[in-house]
Design a protein around this ligand. Structure first.
Ligand SMILES: [Zn+2]
Length: 429
């Protein structure tokens, strides 16, 4: 037996024992060696990669990588698929996370919607469902719908609940990432201190990971970019405004998990009162609820013919109503959208000067207001930011659209499984 096969044998035996131990606590991950975690992490971010690319990326010896990959293949954590691109000679087999591991359950809870999906471990969406849900109605209704939709999705795939490997969930409020609990969530007060994980424990035995929705979107975007962009921000503008920060290729949550709560940055000290108790926050002046409120006022005052017509038909004035009126040439609606973009750009300019991101990715319900809204944001950011910070800055809409929150929740769940136990939010339920 030569040295490489000996190390492979040792690795395999050690991992087999670890896995056997872990299955007793329902986790195939928690006692993996650091080397195995690193290889799985590299494969996860590539979706599919060859041994040659892994060697370049990880700077391992050929025998160390070969032994670890073989052990992970034998354990069913990795699988080989198809043939990768050849740089001359035999085309290499590519590696991906094993699809026999089970499925990931992704939950994207918004202020007014619930989206759920089952994904395979390469983050391919297998099936999904979206419905309207008012999160302010509290956790009883929300959790009832989540469990009902889960049953339907599993049925669609012909799966039982024990095939769910991990659960990732994005919520529209601040999350203490360690405990997975919402902390003083302004738009979902009934959820304060409610444990989604404990509630799901009657239905699922898989680990559940919860994060703020903007962070989840940022993880989805990071995966979409295969981690090639390492310093960027994802700004979700919907009913509220939040920001996910990718710093050095990782999500940055701050000391207490509150990083990126940019909706309460002041853009006008004389502005209207925000639900946080302060005046002139960008959220109360430029988010979806602000556009709806200002659209309603314009309709009631008769300033906008199209908005007044919508109001006369008992249509509730929403940001979408304002966007539609703007597209149909209503100057008042267009001015409201431009003002929203200008104020958001004003807030973003501070972030650009502070963080110097390579990209600003805009997501959430208001991102369908393009191109006028996007143009106003860009103009405002470029006018107020330092030249060096904006030299290569790209400001654009997310290309993931509504699937960003689902893919991000899938990434959150699998990535959290791969964290060493002492760093993970993981608590088997
Ligand atoms: Zn506020």
């Amino acid at each position: 037996m030569d040295g490489s096969s000996l190390s492979r044998f040792d690795c395999l035996e050690r991992e087999t024992v670890n896995i056997a131990l872990n299955r007793t606590i329902n986790s195939p991950w928690s006692a993996l060696s650091p080397t195995s975690r690193e290889v799985l992490d590299a494969v996860l971010w590539s979706r599919s990669t060859s041994r040659g690319h892994l060697l370049e990326r990880l700077d391992y010896s050929k025998s160390k990588l070969g032994g670890t990959v073989s052990a992970l293949l034998d354990l069913g954590l990795l699988e080989e698929e198809g043939l990768g691109a050849s740089s001359g000679g035999r085309k290499p087999e590519t590696l991906c996370m094993s699809r026999t591991l089970g499925v990931l359950l992704a939950i994207d809870l918004g202020a007014s919607h619930l989206s759920m999906a089952l994904l395979d471990p390469t983050f391919k969406i297998l099936c999904q469902h979206r419905e309207a849900l008012d999160v302010r109605q509290g956790p009883m209704l929300g959790m009832t719908r989540i469990k009902a939709v889960l049953k339907v999705l599993l049925l669609q795939q012909g799966l039982t609940v024990d095939r769910v490997l991990a659960v990732g969930m994005g919520v529209p409020g601040p999350v203490d990432f360690g405990s997975g609990l919402l902390v003083n969530p302004p738009i979902m007060p009934g959820w304060e201190g409610f444990s989604v994980r404990d509630d799901l424990s009657a239905t699922l035995s898989a680990p559940v990971f919860i994060d703020n929705d903007a962070n989840v979107l940022a993880l989805g975007e990071l995966w979409q970019r295969r981690r090639f962009s390492e310093n960027f921000i994802v700004v979700k503008v919907a009913t509220g405004i939040g920001c996910g920060i990718i710093c050095g290729g990782r999500i940055y949550r701050g000391a207490n998990g509150a990083a990126g709560d940019v909706g309460h940055i002041c853009v006008d000290p004389l502005g209207p009162l925000c639900h946080c108790g302060n005046a002139g926050c960008v959220e109360v002046m430029a988010a979806g609820s602000a556009l709806a409120r200002e659209g309603q006022q314009a309709a009631e005052r008769g300033e906008s013919r199209l908005l007044a017509e919508a109001l006369a038909t008992d249509e509730p004035i929403s940001s979408h109503t304002v966007a539609r009126a703007s597209r149909e040439g209503d100057p008042v609606a267009s001015a409201l959208i431009q003002r929203s973009g200008k104020l958001i750009g004003q807030m973003l300019a501070s972030l650009v000067n502070f963080f110097n991101p390579s990209h600003i990715v805009l997501a959430g319900g208001l991102s369908n207001l393009e191109p006028l809204w996007l143009a106003s944001i860009r103009q405002s950011v470029y006018r107020r930011s330092l030249t060096l910070s904006t030299r290569h800055l790209d400001i654009n809409l997310s290309t993931l659209e509504q699937e960003g929150g689902l893919i991000g929740a899938g990434v959150l769940s699998l990535l959290s499984c791969l964290e060493p136990p002492e760093k993970s939010q993981s608590r088997s339920i």
